[in-house]
Ligand binder design. Structure first.
Ligand SMILES: Cc1ncc(COP(=O)(O)O)c(C=O)c1O
Length: 379
């Protein structure tokens, strides 16, 4: 009776691995979320705004206080000025921002270039809107984009290029030369860019996040998406935003008003107030770099090979010296028999390219990382 619009899409791997972790009582390093609390002050602010009566519909584009805070932050960090009135939209997480932007911009038969391994929400959004994903692979150990290949794939049907830095699942980042190459490829074309920057504040070793907002010639054709879930340790609140020049944002807002309509009101007020009070972005780098380094130290002499992570809260481990098993099989064995859940990297490739690599989330308490490391060390 129902002909699926997404016949190749099943339950996300994150849910599958988490369910397996629960069933086998494994430590869950598969899903990307913190197992520690967010700042109590942020929770108090939400309660405060609820008690004050901020419980009804917010404006469609989000409350102006939060849009202004975002505009100032982006300007401070990347020097580009987004107009809070016309160029910023508060969304129900970055996922909704991505879906909404793709719906607003992609038409039947448009080609969208995406880089694999790719976060899992891009392809369904493209396909639901009649677009054609064009895959370009990045491979271990450094997961770099081959810009010559991108240049070869670009043609008059190319509508959008989706970039993601810091990159989930690989933990790689784009540098300024990458951005220059991207700029050269799109210059003189009508190609738009969707820049997924949800981990913009989780970047290590002194690297600077290369937002498209640092490059005016990219910003003028880009939609940036970001997530308070990642930056404030509140993935379950579903709070994110997108930024785009007025002409593009006008179309995104039209779709947003019928998709989400508006986003959680008291949380918008609380986040705006919280960011005004704190300088959360830089301290977050330090916080997660310590977790990355701690986890790496704990498993340093294991049989897993650490693939360096320059950003995000994910660590890739190469297990090729342990077994030849497929990564999906080994991830299952690791969960069921050794009690640590991870995500096999092949699921992020259309052709299920298996490089014997698993992704582990280190956004966890010290004790959780210690317990997981102890188990990994025994393998
Ligand atoms: C690369 C990337 N983009 C987007 C998202 C979605 O973010 P949100 O939870 O704000 O919807 C995630 C979440 O894991 C992600 O890793």
């Amino acid at each position: 009776m129902v002909r699926s619009k997404l016949p190749d899409t099943g339950t996300t791997i994150f849910a599958v691995m988490s369910k397996m972790a629960d069933e086998y009582n494994a430590i869950n390093l598969s899903r990307g979320f913190p197992d520690f609390h967010c700042d109590e002050e942020l929770i108090s602010l939400v309660a405060e705004f609820m008690h004050k009566g901020f419980n009804q519909y917010a404006p469609i584009e989000g409350i102006i206080e939060l849009r202004e805070v975002i505009s100032d932050l982006v300007h401070k960090n990347y020097s580009f000025q987004y107009d809070p009135e016309k160029e910023i939209l508060i969304t129900a997480g970055a996922t909704q921002a991505i879906y909404t932007a793709i719906s607003a911009l992609v038409r039947e038969e448009d080609e969208i270039i995406i880089f694999e391994p790719a976060y899992d929400c891009y392809v369904p959004a493209i396909e639901m809107n009649g677009g054609i994903p064009i895959f370009i692979s990045m491979k271990k150990p450094d997961y770099k984009i081959d810009w010559d290949e991108v240049q070869k794939m670009v043609n008059p049907k190319t509508k959008l290029i989706i970039v993601n830095t810091p990159h989930n699942p690989s933990g790689s980042i784009l540098n300024a030369q990458d951005m220059e190459k991207l700029k050269k490829i799109v210059s003189g074309t009508n190609i738009l860019i969707l820049s997924d920057e949800v981990y913009e504040n989780i970047i290590f070793d002194g690297y600077e996040h290369q937002s498209v907002a640092r490059f005016p010639q990219l910003a003028e054709r880009s939609v940036i998406v970001s997530s308070f879930g990642k930056s404030l340790h509140v993935t379950g609140w579903r709070m994110g935003y997108c930024l785009a020049p007025q002409e593009i944002m006008k179309e995104i807002r039209k779709v947003h008003q019928y998709l989400a309509y508006t986003v959680n009101t008291p949380m918008q007020y609380a986040i705006a107030e919280y960011i005004k009070r704190k300088n959360y972005d830089l301290s977050l780098r330090q916080f997660y770099q310590e977790k990355r380094d701690y986890f790496s130290r704990l498993i340093n002499f294991s049989r897993f090979k650490i693939i360096p992570s320059a950003g995000t809260y994910f660590q890739l481990l190469d297990y090729s010296s342990i077994t030849d098993e497929k990564d999906t099989v080994f991830a299952e064995i690791l969960t069921k028999e050794h009690g640590v859940a991870s995500v096999p990297m092949s699921v992020f490739y259309k052709d299920k390219y298996d490089a014997k690599v698993l992704r582990f989330c280190f956004a966890k308490k010290k004790e959780t990382l210690e317990r997981a490391a102890e188990r990994l060390m025994k393998i």
